[in-house]
Write a protein that binds this ligand. Structure first.
Ligand SMILES: Cc1ncc(COP(=O)(O)O)c(C=O)c1O
Length: 367
């Protein structure tokens, strides 16, 4: 095991064990393990964080995306724009609904979807919907995009799986789009110790549809449509409810670690960083650097006991499962950047001495 692993859920658990264990016991003692008070509480709290009327908790962020596409009533073969640099689920949810992903290159300064390329696709009637991804925890600017999609009646989904706590111009994700998705994957800023996700929206109609999809289309005793079983466990909801109390303080710590990384590594010639757009508050879910000699740096850090990851090594349009949707779009930027990115460890439990070790190791490598 690395001395500084990429993620330390074990250390996180030790810090909050005194709250987690009684909460787990309470759920088990209550005898209600699905669709109980904990799930309801998560939904209320998350709706508040996103300042949206409805939240439906689910068993994953992937289901949140998939059910959102279904709730919007997008017909099979609808073409849905999605950035080529994101987690697979942002696009597999499209295919799950028999729709067609239209991959879009990224803006090289942020790694977010290239806004002008997306607008060109929308203006030339090449997409029927958009999934905007707030990658690494930085929000994709949507105002200009939504001004056009609204006129064309093109729905917009926000994939905010990585963006709990992030803001743009003072607002959380979800204010400009039709429906927003969240993940409680264990790696996320607030994660379950298992799987979980949620859909947030101001539309009662969409929320009701997602609720039906969550459990077999059941309305009372009758099943009115073919649904799934995507209930979040009460145990996981209880864990999320506890962790949500730390949303602000954990984010402050992440932001501080990002600030230290940036200050200390900014002057390195072989490294560069993505820009935080004016008006954005980054939650620093991930801290991604661009570097020369990536493979050598990765193995050097590994030898130092420092855990790293690549988010994401293969742009989505190059994955085997998506190659059928081959497009002539230009992917120059994402092709290049994906070969240079490394995610450094960033979590509230990271100690000062560990942050220093990561920084010094990178400095030594490039000396
Ligand atoms: C951008 C993005 N979209 C979707 C997902 C899918 O969420 P989940 O893993 O909860 O299914 C994730 C996280 O894993 C993600 O990072």
């Amino acid at each position: 095991m690395s001395q500084i692993p990429f993620l330390r859920l074990d250390r996180q658990f030790e810090n909050i064990r005194h709250q987690i264990m009684p909460a787990i016991e309470n759920v088990l003692k209550s005898g209600r393990v699905l669709q109980g008070v904990q799930t309801k509480q998560v939904e209320e709290k998350i709706a508040k964080v996103f300042d949206l009327k409805h939240c439906v908790a689910l068993n994953s962020g992937t289901d949140a995306l998939s059910f959102s596409i279904a709730a919007l009533g997008l017909k099979p073969k609808s073409r849905i724009a999605v950035p080529s640099m994101t987690f697979i689920a942002s696009a597999s949810a499209i295919v799950q609904n028999n729709c067609i992903p239209v991959f879009v290159d990224v803006n090289p300064t942020t790694m977010l979807m290239d806004q002008s390329k997306l607008i060109n696709l929308i203006n030339s009637n090449k997409v029927d919907a958009v999934i905007a991804v707030h990658l690494y925890g930085q929000m994709q600017p949507l105002r200009q995009i939504v001004n056009i999609t609204k006129k064309k009646k093109i729905p917009v989904i926000e994939d905010a799986a990585q963006a709990l706590g992030s803001k743009r111009n003072g607002n959380p994700p979800g204010q400009l789009s039709d429906i927003t998705c969240l993940s409680f994957d264990p790696t996320k800023v607030i994660g379950a110790y298992g799987s979980g996700g949620a859909v947030m929206t101001n539309s009662l109609k969409f929320a009701e549809k997602v609720k039906l999809l969550r459990y077999h289309g059941n309305k009372g005793a009758e099943s009115i449509l073919t649904g799934y079983n995507s209930q979040i466990a009460e145990l996981q909801a209880a864990i999320i409810n506890i962790k949500l109390k730390f949303l602000k303080s954990w984010q402050e710590r992440r932001n501080r670690i990002a600030e230290i990384y940036l200050n200390e590594l900014n002057s390195q010639n072989n490294l560069s960083f993505f820009k935080i757009l004016e008006g954005n508050i980054h939650n620093n879910h991930k801290f991604v650097i661009l570097c020369d000699e990536r493979n050598k740096l990765l193995s050097f850090l590994d030898k130092q006991g420092i855990g790293t990851k690549i988010h994401y090594a293969i742009p989505l349009h190059n994955h085997k499962q998506f190659r059928n949707y081959s497009q002539k779009n230009d992917f120059e930027k994402v092709e290049h950047l994906s070969k240079h990115i490394i995610s450094l460890p960033i979590y509230p439990e990271l100690k000062e001495i560990e942050i220093k070790k990561v920084i010094n190791s990178i400095k030594i490598f490039y000396k």
